[in-house]
Design a protein. Structure first.
Length: 160
């Protein structure tokens, strides 16, 4: 049998995204109030709020190695946040409709995103400042397979 442990209700509207941190007693949430909130479930409170998106937030995710949070929004952007410094370290632009989902690759410096513009894009994030090594650029690759990445996408009209 399952039991509810707690309820967190500081968002001002529907919550669309939530993700646990793999090592810390944290989770991140995002919703229709355009806010990303980082919570400590052991302390049972919101630690801080990240602001910057201009529309609904669809995805939140912690990076497995770096102190980063990934978010995707109806404002057509993907943002990478440093949750330790509480700042946005990169804004990925290129989609021309709502970004419905985005995920970090489990062991490469890549992000994959899916949008209502009917595209799935792969982003090279190896040049983001504040991490060891890497190049000093990033971008999406619409026609070139640079890394062997397996992904899936679903939607009402097409599939990969």
């Amino acid at each position: 049998m399952c039991t509810m442990v707690d309820k967190f209700d500081e968002h001002e509207g529907p919550v669309r995204a939530v993700c646990f941190h793999q090592q810390q007693p944290l989770f991140v949430s995002g919703g229709d109030d355009y806010k990303i909130k980082v919570w400590n479930y052991k302390l049972r409170r919101c630690l801080f709020t990240l602001l910057g998106h201009l529309d609904y937030i669809r995805t939140t995710e912690f990076h497995q190695e770096y102190p980063w949070i990934l978010s995707a929004s109806d404002d057509q952007t993907i943002r990478i946040w440093n949750w330790q410094s509480r700042s946005c370290v990169s804004i990925l632009t290129g989609h021309n409709h709502y970004v419905m989902c985005a995920r970090f690759h489990p062991n490469q410096d890549l992000i994959v995103s899916a949008s209502l513009d009917s595209t799935v894009r792969v982003w090279d994030i190896s040049g983001i400042p504040g991490k060891p090594g890497g190049m000093h650029c990033f971008g999406w690759y619409p026609w070139v397979v640079k890394y062997p990445v397996f992904l899936s996408s679903y939607g009402p009209n097409s599939c990969i």
